[in-house]
Structures are given as C-alpha cells and as structure tokens.
Write a protein of this length. Structure first.
Length: 302
C-alpha cells in the first residue's frame, strides 16, 4: 500500500510539472518560429518582381586593339612594334526596361549610347626625335539584352549580377594620327567619308584631302556583357543599382578592305596599309572592350 500511495502522490504532483513543461515547449516553438521568420524576412526584402524601367550612366575605361609602327632603330629591313596604349575614358548612357519573373530572376533590354576607343603613343629617338600619337574614337548605339539575378542581403540591400549580349550600330567615328618633331607637324584625320592630312614644315602649311570608297570601321559590333554589384532600396519601388560592368566585342570592327582615293590619283589605296606591303596593321584585329562603373535609378511600375 505504501508503494501505491507513493506512486499516486508522485502522479498527482507531476501534473503542474507537465503543464509547465508544455508551456516551455510552446514558448520555445514560438521563439523558433519567430527567429526563422525574422531571418527569412531579413533575406527577403521588399517585392522586386514585375516590370521596371531604369536610366543609367556608365563612366569608365575603354580599350581597343593593337596598332603597330616601325621600330625606333635603323635597320635594313623594317620591323614593327606595338604603340603604347594610354588610359582612354569612355562612357555609356541610356535607358532600359526589364521584367523580373520572381524576386530573384529577370530579363532586360535597352538602348544605350556608347563611346568606345583607344589612345596610343610612341616616341622615336633614333630615326628622328618625334612623338607619334593616335586616337581612335567610335560611337555606337547599343542594344543590350541581359539575364539578371538578384539576391537580397537584407531588406535594403541586394547583390545583383547580369550576363548577356549586345548589338551595336556605329553612328560616327574619328581616327586621328599626329606626328610631332622639331619644325614639323603632321595630322591625319579619318572621319565620316573623308581623310584629311594637314601640317606644317618649316613654317609652310599644307592640306591634302581624300575620299573613302569604303570606311575603315564596320557599321556594327556584337559582344558580351558581365556585371556584378549591389542594389540599394530608396523607397517602396525605387532602387539604386551600382555595378562593375565589363563589355567585350566578339567581332573585328576594323574594315581591312577600306580604301580611299586622292585628288589626281583615282587608284584606291588601302587605309590600313599606309606603310607599304609589309604593314602588319592590315591583319591586326580591333575588338572593342570596356570596364565601367554603372550607376542607375530603377523604378518598378506598381
């Protein structure tokens, strides 16, 4: 009987403990649920799905192909060396529209003005004391088509990255070479359909004009785009994306068949073979590329 009484007493005394344990379990479950929801909300941020428009500017560095000149040495057979490339500023600006299928995945397309090109410099000290500079400036309207991915870090900041292609239409170009030496300056400028050479020799000025039969750069460009950076939420539907963009042209935009004719000399001459039949610039490819910092304003149409 003593054992039965003690068991009954222990059973009776355990009811408050069971109630307390159930209460603790419920509180713990509620706390875990709240914690999970908090972290989920922290990673989710606001709704970034749907249609949006974006205006953007992309200042940065633009790069082009190699250009060669005869080596600074006196030799029986001329050899050629690459001109030194110098920093060349370029900029893209325009607008695009996009659609995010979810908060993470979307596509976009736009119309962008793009300035491409490359500056070169080479100094002679043996053949002549001369400085040779060349500036290539190419302007395009580009249509970028991108696949975009967004990964929210918190409710205000997201990591974003993009990959895609672009199609470019050449709207204008300028290819200018300047040679400067004591008592003499020569500037040759190719732009549009004309090739103009101006200069001075011992104080006497001269000008020569030519007309292109076919222009030195092709009318189109095609390439790839990679971008990555962060996006900051400014309001419920306005965002500030800041990314590092890299563009690389896939095709050679140099028209190696480009020819021009001069007054009194109707025979066409190859623009990329001005240094004789051994000029390597006839076969050197020119591909556009650029590295830019994109800053935009993205507005969701909700």
């Amino acid at each position: 009987m003593i054992g039965i009484v003690n068991f009954a007493a222990n059973k009776t005394n355990s009811k408050p403990k069971l109630k307390k344990m159930k209460k603790n379990v419920m509180l713990l479950s509620a706390l875990l649920t709240l914690t999970v929801a908090t972290f989920a909300q922290r990673g989710k941020g606001s709704d970034q799905s749907g249609l949006y428009i974006e205006v953007l500017a992309q200042p940065g560095m633009t790069m082009g192909g190699n250009y060669q000149v005869q080596e600074d040495a006196v030799t029986a057979t001329p050899t050629y060396v690459d001109m030194n490339k110098t920093f060349t500023f370029g900029i893209n600006a325009g607008a695009q529209a996009g659609y995010n299928f979810t908060d993470n995945i979307g596509v976009s397309a736009g119309l962008i003005f793009s300035h491409q090109g490359q500056d070169y410099k080479y100094t002679y000290s043996v053949i002549d004391t001369a400085t040779l500079k060349r500036t290539v400036s190419l302007n395009y309207f580009k249509i970028p088509i991108l696949f975009n991915y967004t990964a929210p870090i918190n409710s205000q900041v997201s990591f974003i990255c993009s990959a895609g292609i672009y199609f470019g239409i050449l709207t204008g170009y300028k290819d200018e070479t300047t040679v400067t030496m004591p008592g003499e300056t020569d500037v040759m400028t190719a732009s549009g359909s004309t090739l103009t050479e101006t200069g001075t020799v011992r104080g006497i000025s001269y000008t020569n004009n030519a007309v292109f039969t076919t222009k030195p750069y092709t009318s189109g460009d095609f390439g790839g785009i990679l971008a990555a950076g962060f996006q900051f939420q400014l309001s419920s539907n306005i965002y500030l994306p800041i990314t590092l963009n890299y563009q690389i042209g896939f095709n050679n935009v140099k028209n190696v068949a480009s020819t021009y004719t001069e007054t009194g000399n109707p025979t066409g001459q190859l623009f990329w073979q001005q240094n004789g039949s051994g000029d390597p610039n006839l076969t050197l490819a020119y591909h556009n590329s650029s590295l830019e910092l994109k800053i935009g304003v993205k507005i969701f149409l909700k």
